[in-house]
Ligand binder design. Structure first.
Ligand code: GUN
Length: 305
């Protein structure tokens, strides 16, 4: 069994980012990222802090925008409009989940598609679905980097994706079924009956269902590659902090069966953050090239890899 960790992959990605950042700076471009957090959701606070810290560590200018939990939809959209218009800001991300009274789809559509480093805007989601992405969403991009780095054969193999979110499952299933990756993809979700029937046929099982340690031996075929996107804090009085971090997969049960598996923490998560930085550099490149929203030709022909 191989543990597929972010460590090695991350080092290679960081080297790539540093080189690209150097090229952009030499051309007079100073990439900037704005991360918007509404309210004080504790897990989101941690994610946002990691994003801002990583950007600064790599030398990407970052803006940490904190907004009150009771902000109106109109005021939030006005703030996004300000960031859309700021030429020093190349990437804009609004951390999810948002408080209940806010509409996340309208927020996604309000972000300038050329600054949409999450790839949530309908224009970017459409380009992705067509196979000509302008940005690759961060978590799927991290998973692709892992598959590439560990030379996991994907073409012609059966990928079972558990979870159909717009952040992970849906875009991942689109990407892996496209030319270049060439997998046969099954997309399972909460209403899939007898889900183990499908997951146990997977050569590559990708789990993004948001339920702690809910995937076990019964879901996995011997020799499968298992990628766990879940991150959960579970109470554990035996730990100094009173909790431990785990994924959607019962690692100890599944690891001995699998050919390769990602641990939690230290698997997909850290790569997601690096892919956000990669998208920010991509956004800065688009701005420097004078791209306009709707100028879809700029995105064409780039391919998925
Ligand atoms: N919340 C959990 N994952 C993500 C993500 O990738 N982007 C944003 N904006 N919010 C998230």
């Amino acid at each position: 069994m191989i543990a597929m960790t972010a460590k090695e992959v991350g080092a290679a990605v960081e080297a790539e980012l540093t080189a690209e950042l150097g090229r952009l700076q030499a051309a007079g471009v100073e990439p900037g990222l704005a991360v918007v957090l509404v309210g004080d959701h504790p897990e989101s606070e941690t994610y946002v802090a990691t994003k801002v810290r990583t950007a600064r560590r790599l030398g990407i200018r970052s803006e940490d925008v904190r907004l009150p939990a009771d902000i109106s939809q109109a005021a939030l959209e006005a703030e996004l409009g300000r960031l859309n218009a700021d030429p020093r800001v190349h990437g804009v991300l609004c951390q999810l989940p948002l408080p209940e009274h806010l509409n996340a789809a309208r927020v996604a559509a309000r972000i300038n598609p050329l600054k949409d480093v999450d790839c949530f805007h309908p224009e970017n989601f459409g380009l992705l679905a067509e196979g000509t992405p302008r940005f690759v969403p961060c978590t799927p991009a991290g998973i692709l980097a892992l598959l590439r780095h560990y030379r996991i054969v994907v073409a012609g193999r059966h990928v079972v994706m558990m979870g159909r979110s717009n952040i992970v499952g849906r875009p991942m299933s689109l990407l892996l079924s496209q030319k270049g990756w060439d997998a046969t993809v099954t997309l399972c979700h909460t209403l899939t009956g007898n889900i183990a029937h499908y997951t146990s046929q997977a050569d590559i099982l990708i789990v993004a269902i948001g339920r702690a340690e809910s995937v076990g031996r019964e879901h996995v075929r011997e020799g499968a590659v298992v990628i766990d996107v879940g991150v959960h804090r579970v109470v554990d009085p035996s730990r100094p902090r009173g909790y431990r971090i785990c994924g959607d997969v019962r690692y100890d049960a599944v690891a001995p069966l699998s050919a390769a598996i990602t641990p939690v923490p230290g698997g997909v998560g850290p790569l997601t953050v690096l892919m956000l930085m990669r998208n920010t550099l991509q956004a800065a490149r688009l701005a420097a090239a004078g791209a306009q929203p709707g100028s879809l030709d700029m995105a064409r022909g780039k391919g998925v890899k």
